[in-house]
Design a protein around this ligand. Structure first.
Ligand code: T4K
Length: 393
């Protein structure tokens, strides 16, 4: 039997939600566990500047990601800024525009020039074939983004950047727990950067880390993230206050305890969404490579207006009228926003197409099976003549 057989359309307009269903439903630890962790911080009277929880977090993260070094920091944006500075780069960084603006902003904060590169339409990430022609004498690094927890092919990018003598960094903000050929992201390229923002699967309220197998780079990063010395201060480096607080470390450590179960719950929600919507004309789900793990933190689909009979934005209007606060991510594309478009717009047809057609649906701990089924019913209804008419109205 085919589990993707299209479910029959809902006969009547489905009920909307009484309270808004946001896209980012937070993954929270039990309040009691959080209170206990905080009691410890109060008892020790040690809130910042490389306390015991930061040290434990760095050890646990290194073990999770299977790397020699994990350097926790205050958020992933600061982590990207730091790693690009710590690599001592000068010139241009090849980067996708199809990402959260922080990726590109961090390049500029690090004193480097972003050069936009289009992405593969299937994986929505940089590929060696697309990056290769962009590498020139001014290129210092390639910054790939593992968008939606689906990785760039790190091995082909490693081979390309090594042969052209440029550095390789990954923005892995979305990729906690995700794998490439069965290996967890974290140890590819010169370094990878993860986010523990409140909306991420590993919720540290704010937070992030840089992972690397390069011990010298890690020592530079540990020096640069703080004005306070730990054991291994590297002299002569520019420094920043980007260290994680004990409170953030406590929250992230609690998240680590339930990471596997959160991934499992997300996978369940993803499959429920798929079986509820697959086969609806004009709605296409993001595919993940068989045999790989994703954290399924994002539920993303693309709309084909010709098949659906509605534009992406008309579908969004209909969802929002039902209190499903689905979103268009990442709109309109970083290359179309100032200051990046000020001196002419990069031509990125695939990025532009994705920015016009993608929808992000609600996901996370608080989204119940019943919620998912109701969102699916609304989308299936949108694809019926009555639904289309309602959406246009
Ligand atoms: N690279 C990539 C590829 C990224 O996606 C990000 C961040 C970064 C780098 C930088 O990482 P950090 O420096 O942030 O560590 C959110 C997050 O703020 C951002 O961290 C994340 N990516 C991005 C994909 O999503 P917005 O603009 O969508 O946030 P906001 O405030 O609209 O929240 C999203 C939803 O979550 C809303 O429906 C409300 C809900 N929410 C949010 C917060 C903060 C809550 O219910 N409670 C909350 O406390 O960016």
């Amino acid at each position: 039997s085919d589990e993707r057989t299209p479910p029959s359309p809902a006969p009547r307009p489905p009920e909307g939600f009484e309270t808004p269903l946001h896209v980012g439903q937070l993954n929270l630890p039990a309040a009691e566990a959080f209170r206990e962790a905080f009691d410890g911080i109060f008892d020790r009277r040690f809130f910042a500047n490389h306390g015991p929880l930061e040290q434990r977090l760095d050890r646990e993260l290194a073990s999770l990601f299977g790397v020699r070094n994990a350097v926790s920091v205050v958020n992933a944006t600061a982590a990207l800024m730091l790693v690009l500075r710590a690599l001592d780069l000068d010139g241009e960084v090849i980067v996708p525009s199809f990402t959260f603006p922080a990726t590109v902003q961090a390049v500029v904060w690090a004193g480097l020039r972003p050069v936009f590169c289009d992405i593969d339409p299937q994986t929505q990430t940089l590929t060696a074939a697309r990056v290769a022609p962009k590498i020139g004498p001014a290129t210092a690094a390639v910054l790939g983004v593992h968008i939606w927890g689906r990785g760039c092919d790190p091995l082909e990018l490693e081979a390309l950047t090594a042969s052209r003598g440029v550095k390789l960094v990954f923005d892995a903000a979305h990729a906690v727990g995700a794998t490439f050929r069965g290996r967890r992201f974290g140890g590819f390229g010169n370094a990878e950067v993860f986010s523990f923002h409140a909306t991420k699967i590993l919720n540290g309220a704010e937070g992030g880390c840089i992972t690397t197998d390069d011990d010298d780079l890690a020592a530079r990063l540990r020096t640069m993230r703080s004005f306070h010395d730990t054991d291994e201060r590297v002299p002569g480096l520019l420094r920043l206050n980007a260290k994680i607080s004990e409170a953030q470390a406590a929250m992230t450590l609690l998240g680590l305890r339930s990471l596997d179960s959160l991934i499992e719950q997300n996978r369940h929600r993803y499959e429920l969404y798929r079986s509820g919507i697959d086969g609806t004309p004009g709605i296409h789900f993001l595919d993940y490579a068989a045999g790989e793990t994703s954290n399924h933190q994002f539920i993303v689909l693309s709309v084909s207006p010709a098949e659906l009979g509605l534009s992406r934005d008309e579908l969004l209007d209909l969802l929002q009228a039902k209190n499903v606060l689905a979103r268009r991510y990442f709109f309109p594309g970083v290359h179309r926003t100032p200051p990046f478009c000020d001196e002419g717009m990069a031509e990125l047809p695939i990025t532009d197409h994705l920015c016009q057609t993608l929808v992000q649906l609600p996901s996370g701990q608080a989204v119940t099976d019943a919620d998912v089924k109701r969102v699916c019913a609304i989308i299936r209804w949108a694809a019926t003549p009555e639904g289309r008419m309602a959406a246009r109205a």
